[in-house]
Write a protein that binds this ligand. Structure first.
Ligand code: FAD
Ligand code: AMP
Length: 480
């Protein structure tokens, strides 16, 4: 193995592997250090996202939705199924196969791009040296790099009131692996991960109680959208209790007793399993030696500038290790940016236009500013909101819940934010992403021709609604 590289990336998640591939494309001799061992006891690339995050959770969300539809709504289409059976083993196996194929695909891409995958743990030392401890127990080596990219990601936050044992009390990784459907499932945290994983097991038959300390539901989401999402998720069977702070837990052989307090006092609930989904924190343990010279910010993220440079020249940090939303696509674009910055190209991630998605049913998706944020800024604005109930394609699909909302600048007409709760929100939101990246106005979207019948027509109508021009909803002009 060479002990000199142009670039050494520590961490092979979506941030790290993309950085490594882009660096190699640009002609840099690149190594990526990844220490992960997967369920099959093999070294694996792909990080949290591919192994225990985005991908396996979406596989289970898709499978569980098909089961839920079979059980609940196919009859509305005149399809009657007698005696449908849940084969959870096959469902989990399918998820594992998808993960294996994808992570194996990254290893192939590394080979094709001549990225050296160093299987083991990396630690940044002073002077852009990286200490590499191989997984196979081989001798520790010191590697000299021109540039180092830290991409070690994040791990779940632990709370002492509910210590994870990966048996009765699990984190998001354990929640992807239940070998039978828990009869009663508790979820601590009504964030994105808690709602997605709670939805999976609820659809498969669990009675799910979500305990959330904060009073507001999805405070980062536009209020009107969050309110509708909460209503629809509760209708689906999620028992969401806001203002409910978990204060303790006790396990017996088969049950978890959880205590929580809300405005009415102390309460106790008993569950068969408990998912702790109270957020993630940057994973810096063992990553930096004492003399590495890289600073952390007040929330323990690695401190970086807008192009992901740390305080040490030639050392960068990206993804969940640094400020900004903890999302795979944010990590990926930061990786591309860093590779290009290393080559002295001027690249900048547009942090104002990063979409967020919650893959529940209905899905929730947003980009840009919420109405509350714009109001707070004091700028004059206008909104356009159109429900999917006014859309023929949504009716045909039996998916009429939810809406599309635009927030636009009153003076310039520029789109400031797009917010969706409803069918295919995760796909539709990219119309807002493209529009905002091109600095589009509501009128730009109003003048475009959208295919009929399509869910996208609700995007078109919501843009029209910004100026009281929507055809399929009755709009009353607000008094100025
Ligand atoms: P990671 O993916 O965490 O990868 C970092 C890698 O670095 C890890 O594999 C780790 O083993 C390795 N590593 C750490 N330290 C060292 C070291 N010292 N030496 C060598 N290797 C090291 N995001 C989305 O955008 N969409 C989603 O739908 C989504 N769903 C999610 C669902 C769940 C259940 C979870 C938990 C997360 C989800 N996320 C989702 C978040 C997403 O997974 C993260 O934002 C993303 O993985 C961050 O990428 P990263 O490259 O920064 O870090
Ligand atoms: P996120 O960071 O989006 O994954 O969301 C995690 C959620 O967990 C936040 O909304 C927190 O308010 C919530 N949370 C954290 N600690 C507790 C607790 N002890 N009881 C209930 N909810 C909690």
């Amino acid at each position: 193995m060479s002990d000199k590289f142009d670039v050494v990336v520590i961490g092979g998640g979506p941030g790290g592997y993309v950085t490594a591939i882009r660096c190699a494309q640009l002609g840099l001799n690149t190594a990526c250090i990844e220490k992960r061992i997967n369920k099959q006891d093999e070294p694996a690339l792909g990080g949290t996202c591919l192994n225990v995050g985005c991908i396996p959770s979406k596989a289970l969300l898709d499978s569980s939705w098909k089961y839920h539809e079979t059980e609940s709504s196919l009859a509305d289409h005149g399809i009657k199924i007698k005696g449908s059976d849940l084969d959870l083993g096959t469902m989990l196996q399918r998820k594992d196969t998808i993960v294996k194929n994808l992570t194996g695909g990254i290893a192939q891409l590394f080979k094709a791009n001549k990225v050296t995958w160093l299987q083991g743990t990396g630690q940044l030392k002073a002077g852009k040296q990286v200490e590499f401890q191989p997984l196979d127990g081989g001798e520790t080596q010191t590697i000299q790099a021109e540039h180092v990219v830290l991409a070690a990601g994040s791990v779940p936050v632990d709370i002492p009131v509910a210590p994870v044992d990966q048996n009765l009390i699990v984190d998001s990784t354990g929640a992807l692996e239940f070998d039978k459907v828990p009869k009663r499932l508790g979820v601590i945290g009504a964030g994105v991960i808690g709602l997605e994983l709670g939805s999976v097991w609820n659809r498969l038959g669990s009675e799910v109680v979500v305990l959330e300390a904060v009073d507001a539901f999805l405070p980062m989401v536009d209020k009107q959208i969050a309110k509708d999402a909460q209503k629809q998720l509760e209708k689906q069977g999620l028992d969401i209790r806001l203002g409910a702070r978990v204060t303790g837990s006790e396990t017996t052989k088969t049950k978890v007793k959880v205590t929580y307090s809300d405005k009415d006092g102390e309460h106790t609930e008993s569950f068969d399993k408990l998912i702790v989904a109270v957020g993630r924190r940057p994973y810096t343990e063992g990553l930096l030696s004492q003399d590495a010279g890289v600073s952390l910010d007040e929330r323990n993220f690695i401190y970086v500038d807008s192009q992901c440079r740390t305080d040490v020249p030639g050392v960068y940090a990206i993804g969940d290790l640094v400020r900004g939303p903890a999302l795979a696509h944010k990590a990926i674009e930061e990786g591309v940016m860093v590779a290009e910055v290393i080559m002295d190209e001027h690249t900048q991630v547009n942090y104002d236009v990063i979409p967020g998605v919650i893959y529940t049913h209905p899905e929730v998706a947003w980009v840009g500013k919420t109405e509350e944020e714009v109001k707070e800024s004091g700028d004059a604005y206008k909104t356009g909101v159109v429900p999917f109930a006014a859309n023929g394609r949504a009716m045909a699909a039996g998916e009429t819940g939810g809406m599309v909302k635009f927030v636009a600048d009153e003076k310039t007409d520029r789109i400031l934010g797009m917010h969706i709760v409803g069918p295919q929100a995760s796909e539709l939101i990219h119309q807002g992403v493209v529009a905002m990246e091109f600095g589009a106005t509501a009128e730009d979207l109003q003048m475009m021709v959208f295919g009929h019948p399509s869910l996208s027509e609700t995007v078109h109508e919501a843009a029209l609604a910004v100026d009281y021009k929507a055809i399929h909803v009755a709009q009353r002009r607000r008094k100025k």
